[in-house]
Design a binder for this molecule. Structure first.
Ligand code: PDD
Length: 281
Protein backbone atom coordinates (compact mmCIF):
# COMPACT_ATOMS: atom_id res chain seq x y z
CA UNK A 1 0.00 0.00 0.00
CA UNK A 2 1.34 3.41 -0.93
CA UNK A 3 1.92 5.64 2.08
CA UNK A 4 1.09 9.27 2.41
CA UNK A 5 4.27 11.09 3.39
CA UNK A 6 4.96 14.65 4.48
CA UNK A 7 7.41 16.88 2.58
CA UNK A 8 7.75 20.58 3.39
CA UNK A 9 4.13 21.30 4.22
CA UNK A 10 2.55 18.85 1.75
CA UNK A 11 0.98 15.42 2.28
CA UNK A 12 1.78 13.37 -0.83
CA UNK A 13 1.63 9.77 -2.11
CA UNK A 14 5.12 8.35 -1.47
CA UNK A 15 5.91 8.06 -5.21
CA UNK A 16 5.20 11.77 -5.69
CA UNK A 17 7.34 12.94 -2.76
CA UNK A 18 10.62 14.45 -4.00
CA UNK A 19 13.74 16.01 -2.46
CA UNK A 20 16.39 17.80 -4.57
CA UNK A 21 19.69 16.12 -5.52
CA UNK A 22 21.30 19.26 -4.06
CA UNK A 23 19.71 18.73 -0.67
CA UNK A 24 22.41 18.89 2.01
CA UNK A 25 20.93 15.90 3.77
CA UNK A 26 21.68 13.84 0.64
CA UNK A 27 25.09 15.40 -0.16
CA UNK A 28 26.59 15.90 3.31
CA UNK A 29 24.36 14.06 5.82
CA UNK A 30 23.76 17.63 7.05
CA UNK A 31 20.56 16.60 8.77
CA UNK A 32 19.04 15.31 11.98
CA UNK A 33 16.28 12.80 12.59
CA UNK A 34 13.92 11.31 15.14
CA UNK A 35 11.96 8.07 15.32
CA UNK A 36 8.85 8.15 17.50
CA UNK A 37 7.03 4.92 18.30
CA UNK A 38 3.29 4.53 17.70
CA UNK A 39 1.18 2.09 19.71
CA UNK A 40 -2.62 1.89 19.42
CA UNK A 41 -2.36 4.83 16.97
CA UNK A 42 -0.86 6.99 19.74
CA UNK A 43 2.57 8.62 19.80
CA UNK A 44 4.92 7.36 22.52
CA UNK A 45 6.77 10.13 24.39
CA UNK A 46 6.41 12.72 21.65
CA UNK A 47 7.50 15.50 24.03
CA UNK A 48 10.81 13.71 24.68
CA UNK A 49 11.53 13.27 20.97
CA UNK A 50 10.61 16.88 20.24
CA UNK A 51 12.93 18.12 23.03
CA UNK A 52 15.83 16.06 21.66
CA UNK A 53 15.14 17.30 18.11
CA UNK A 54 15.28 20.90 19.33
CA UNK A 55 18.59 20.15 21.06
CA UNK A 56 20.06 18.43 17.95
CA UNK A 57 19.04 21.44 15.83
CA UNK A 58 20.56 23.84 18.36
CA UNK A 59 23.89 21.98 18.35
CA UNK A 60 24.13 22.20 14.54
CA UNK A 61 22.48 25.58 13.95
CA UNK A 62 19.61 23.98 12.02
CA UNK A 63 16.31 25.80 11.83
CA UNK A 64 13.24 23.97 13.05
CA UNK A 65 10.47 26.20 11.75
CA UNK A 66 7.61 24.29 13.37
CA UNK A 67 6.71 24.31 17.07
CA UNK A 68 5.85 21.34 19.28
CA UNK A 69 2.11 21.47 18.61
CA UNK A 70 2.60 21.95 14.87
CA UNK A 71 4.92 18.96 14.69
CA UNK A 72 2.62 16.83 16.82
CA UNK A 73 -0.23 17.64 14.40
CA UNK A 74 1.86 16.52 11.41
CA UNK A 75 2.63 13.24 13.18
CA UNK A 76 -1.02 12.74 14.08
CA UNK A 77 -2.25 13.48 10.58
CA UNK A 78 0.19 10.90 9.17
CA UNK A 79 -1.14 8.32 11.66
CA UNK A 80 -4.69 9.01 10.44
CA UNK A 81 -3.87 9.21 6.70
CA UNK A 82 -1.97 5.90 6.86
CA UNK A 83 -4.28 4.18 9.37
CA UNK A 84 -1.16 3.43 11.41
CA UNK A 85 -1.89 1.34 14.47
CA UNK A 86 1.58 0.24 15.48
CA UNK A 87 5.08 1.12 14.32
CA UNK A 88 6.88 4.41 14.14
CA UNK A 89 7.18 7.79 12.48
CA UNK A 90 10.50 8.83 10.96
CA UNK A 91 11.29 12.54 10.80
CA UNK A 92 14.25 14.09 9.01
CA UNK A 93 15.20 17.76 8.96
CA UNK A 94 18.02 18.91 6.67
CA UNK A 95 19.78 22.22 6.09
CA UNK A 96 17.94 22.38 2.78
CA UNK A 97 18.94 22.89 -0.82
CA UNK A 98 21.22 25.75 -1.85
CA UNK A 99 21.19 24.81 -5.54
CA UNK A 100 24.69 23.29 -5.78
CA UNK A 101 27.25 21.20 -3.88
CA UNK A 102 29.14 23.55 -1.60
CA UNK A 103 30.71 22.60 1.72
CA UNK A 104 30.01 26.03 3.21
CA UNK A 105 26.69 26.46 4.92
CA UNK A 106 24.11 28.18 2.71
CA UNK A 107 22.59 31.53 3.77
CA UNK A 108 20.49 31.22 6.91
CA UNK A 109 17.47 32.15 4.79
CA UNK A 110 17.70 28.81 2.90
CA UNK A 111 14.53 26.86 3.74
CA UNK A 112 15.22 23.60 5.60
CA UNK A 113 13.80 20.34 4.24
CA UNK A 114 11.39 18.52 6.53
CA UNK A 115 10.28 14.97 5.67
CA UNK A 116 8.18 12.56 7.73
CA UNK A 117 6.87 9.10 6.94
CA UNK A 118 5.24 6.23 8.79
CA UNK A 119 6.58 2.69 9.22
CA UNK A 120 4.09 -0.01 10.20
CA UNK A 121 5.66 -2.81 12.28
CA UNK A 122 5.06 -4.87 15.40
CA UNK A 123 6.47 -3.21 18.49
CA UNK A 124 4.53 -4.66 21.44
CA UNK A 125 4.42 -8.28 20.24
CA UNK A 126 7.66 -8.43 18.30
CA UNK A 127 9.12 -11.99 18.46
CA UNK A 128 12.54 -10.63 19.56
CA UNK A 129 10.94 -9.32 22.75
CA UNK A 130 10.21 -12.86 23.92
CA UNK A 131 13.07 -14.74 22.20
CA UNK A 132 15.85 -12.20 22.64
CA UNK A 133 18.62 -11.27 20.21
CA UNK A 134 22.25 -12.24 19.69
CA UNK A 135 24.85 -9.50 19.47
CA UNK A 136 28.53 -9.28 18.62
CA UNK A 137 30.94 -6.51 19.57
CA UNK A 138 32.85 -4.40 17.05
CA UNK A 139 34.84 -1.14 17.08
CA UNK A 140 32.88 2.10 17.35
CA UNK A 141 34.09 4.08 14.33
CA UNK A 142 31.52 6.87 14.54
CA UNK A 143 32.25 10.58 14.98
CA UNK A 144 32.56 12.19 18.42
CA UNK A 145 29.12 13.86 18.69
CA UNK A 146 26.87 10.83 19.02
CA UNK A 147 24.64 12.86 21.34
CA UNK A 148 23.37 14.65 18.23
CA UNK A 149 20.92 12.47 16.28
CA UNK A 150 22.35 13.03 12.81
CA UNK A 151 21.60 10.92 9.75
CA UNK A 152 25.28 9.90 9.37
CA UNK A 153 24.42 6.24 9.82
CA UNK A 154 26.94 4.43 7.61
CA UNK A 155 28.95 3.21 10.62
CA UNK A 156 25.86 1.64 12.28
CA UNK A 157 24.87 0.10 8.91
CA UNK A 158 28.37 -1.44 8.63
CA UNK A 159 28.12 -2.69 12.23
CA UNK A 160 24.77 -4.36 11.48
CA UNK A 161 26.22 -5.94 8.31
CA UNK A 162 29.19 -7.19 10.37
CA UNK A 163 26.76 -8.70 12.92
CA UNK A 164 24.66 -10.33 10.20
CA UNK A 165 27.74 -11.82 8.54
CA UNK A 166 28.45 -13.56 11.85
CA UNK A 167 24.91 -14.86 12.24
CA UNK A 168 24.05 -12.28 14.92
CA UNK A 169 21.16 -9.82 15.06
CA UNK A 170 22.99 -6.66 16.07
CA UNK A 171 26.27 -5.16 17.21
CA UNK A 172 27.48 -3.50 20.41
CA UNK A 173 30.06 -0.81 19.66
CA UNK A 174 33.32 -0.65 21.61
CA UNK A 175 35.63 2.33 22.16
CA UNK A 176 38.75 2.38 24.36
CA UNK A 177 37.78 -1.03 25.74
CA UNK A 178 34.24 -0.07 26.80
CA UNK A 179 30.84 -0.54 25.17
CA UNK A 180 29.42 2.80 24.06
CA UNK A 181 25.99 1.66 22.83
CA UNK A 182 24.39 -0.61 20.25
CA UNK A 183 24.33 0.23 16.53
CA UNK A 184 20.89 1.80 17.06
CA UNK A 185 20.08 1.33 20.75
CA UNK A 186 21.29 1.90 24.31
CA UNK A 187 22.80 -1.08 26.18
CA UNK A 188 22.45 -2.42 29.72
CA UNK A 189 23.86 -5.27 31.77
CA UNK A 190 22.41 -6.74 34.97
CA UNK A 191 24.87 -7.72 37.68
CA UNK A 192 24.47 -10.56 40.18
CA UNK A 193 23.01 -8.16 42.78
CA UNK A 194 20.31 -7.17 40.23
CA UNK A 195 21.81 -3.70 39.69
CA UNK A 196 21.35 -2.50 36.12
CA UNK A 197 24.49 -0.93 34.67
CA UNK A 198 24.34 1.47 31.73
CA UNK A 199 26.83 3.95 30.31
CA UNK A 200 26.43 7.52 31.63
CA UNK A 201 25.22 10.26 29.29
CA UNK A 202 27.98 12.10 27.39
CA UNK A 203 28.82 12.98 23.79
CA UNK A 204 29.80 9.31 23.28
CA UNK A 205 26.21 8.04 23.12
CA UNK A 206 22.77 9.09 22.02
CA UNK A 207 20.68 10.22 24.97
CA UNK A 208 17.91 7.70 24.41
CA UNK A 209 14.37 8.80 25.09
CA UNK A 210 13.47 5.21 25.99
CA UNK A 211 16.55 5.07 28.27
CA UNK A 212 15.39 8.18 30.11
CA UNK A 213 11.92 6.72 30.72
CA UNK A 214 13.39 3.36 31.78
CA UNK A 215 15.81 4.87 34.29
CA UNK A 216 12.90 6.71 35.94
CA UNK A 217 10.59 3.67 35.89
CA UNK A 218 13.31 1.37 37.23
CA UNK A 219 13.96 3.66 40.17
CA UNK A 220 10.23 3.88 40.91
CA UNK A 221 10.09 0.07 40.97
CA UNK A 222 13.09 -0.39 43.27
CA UNK A 223 15.54 -1.45 40.54
CA UNK A 224 18.92 0.22 41.08
CA UNK A 225 20.55 1.81 38.04
CA UNK A 226 24.28 2.36 38.12
CA UNK A 227 25.62 4.69 35.42
CA UNK A 228 29.20 3.67 34.63
CA UNK A 229 31.29 2.33 31.78
CA UNK A 230 31.31 -1.45 31.24
CA UNK A 231 33.43 -3.74 29.11
CA UNK A 232 32.48 -6.40 26.54
CA UNK A 233 33.81 -8.98 29.01
CA UNK A 234 31.42 -7.75 31.70
CA UNK A 235 28.60 -7.99 29.16
CA UNK A 236 29.56 -11.55 28.20
CA UNK A 237 29.56 -12.55 31.87
CA UNK A 238 26.52 -10.56 32.98
CA UNK A 239 23.45 -12.19 34.48
CA UNK A 240 21.27 -10.38 31.93
CA UNK A 241 21.89 -8.03 29.01
CA UNK A 242 19.28 -5.91 27.26
CA UNK A 243 18.82 -2.98 24.87
CA UNK A 244 16.38 -0.11 24.55
CA UNK A 245 15.17 2.14 21.73
CA UNK A 246 11.99 3.62 20.31
CA UNK A 247 11.72 0.74 17.82
CA UNK A 248 12.31 -2.07 20.32
CA UNK A 249 11.38 -0.59 23.73
CA UNK A 250 13.23 -3.31 25.73
CA UNK A 251 14.69 -6.39 24.05
CA UNK A 252 16.64 -9.11 25.86
CA UNK A 253 20.10 -10.03 24.59
CA UNK A 254 20.69 -13.78 24.94
CA UNK A 255 24.24 -14.01 23.56
CA UNK A 256 27.22 -11.65 23.33
CA UNK A 257 30.09 -12.65 21.01
CA UNK A 258 28.72 -16.21 20.92
CA UNK A 259 28.67 -16.51 24.73
CA UNK A 260 25.25 -17.37 26.12
CA UNK A 261 23.91 -14.91 28.70
CA UNK A 262 22.45 -16.60 31.79
CA UNK A 263 20.42 -19.60 30.66
CA UNK A 264 19.92 -18.16 27.17
CA UNK A 265 16.41 -16.93 27.97
CA UNK A 266 15.16 -13.41 28.72
CA UNK A 267 15.93 -12.65 32.36
CA UNK A 268 13.55 -11.41 35.07
CA UNK A 269 14.84 -7.82 35.35
CA UNK A 270 14.68 -7.39 31.57
CA UNK A 271 11.14 -8.77 31.50
CA UNK A 272 10.10 -6.58 34.43
CA UNK A 273 11.44 -3.43 32.75
CA UNK A 274 9.73 -4.25 29.46
CA UNK A 275 6.47 -4.93 31.29
CA UNK A 276 6.51 -1.70 33.28
CA UNK A 277 7.47 0.28 30.17
CA UNK A 278 4.51 -1.19 28.25
CA UNK A 279 2.18 -0.50 31.18
CA UNK A 280 3.15 3.15 31.08
CA UNK A 281 2.04 3.59 27.42
N1 PDD B 1 17.73 4.70 17.07
N2 PDD B 1 21.55 4.90 20.42
C1 PDD B 1 21.53 4.98 19.09
C2 PDD B 1 22.84 5.01 18.37
C3 PDD B 1 20.32 5.01 18.39
O1 PDD B 1 20.32 5.10 17.05
C4 PDD B 1 19.11 4.94 19.11
C5 PDD B 1 17.76 4.99 18.44
C6 PDD B 1 19.16 4.85 20.51
C7 PDD B 1 17.92 4.81 21.36
O2 PDD B 1 17.29 6.07 21.42
P1 PDD B 1 15.71 6.17 21.60
O3 PDD B 1 15.37 5.41 22.82
O4 PDD B 1 15.48 7.63 21.75
O5 PDD B 1 15.08 5.59 20.36
C8 PDD B 1 20.40 4.85 21.14
C9 PDD B 1 16.50 4.84 16.34
C10 PDD B 1 15.37 4.07 16.91
C11 PDD B 1 16.76 4.58 14.87
O6 PDD B 1 17.79 5.02 14.41
O7 PDD B 1 15.92 3.98 14.19
Amino acid sequence: MSRTVYVNGEYLPEAAAKVSVFDRGFLFADAVYEVTAVVNSKLVDFAGHYARLVRSCGELGLTLAVDENGLREIHQRLIVENALQEGGIYLQLTRGNSGDRDFHFPPASTPPTLVLFTQARAVVDHPAASKGIRVVTCPDIRWQRRDIKTVQLLAPCLAKAFAEAQGADDAFLVENGYITEGSSCNCYIVQDDNTVVTRPLSNSILHGITRKALVKLAEEHGVTIEERLFTPEEARNAREVFISSATTFVWPVIAVDGQTIGDGKPGPITQLLRRIYLQML
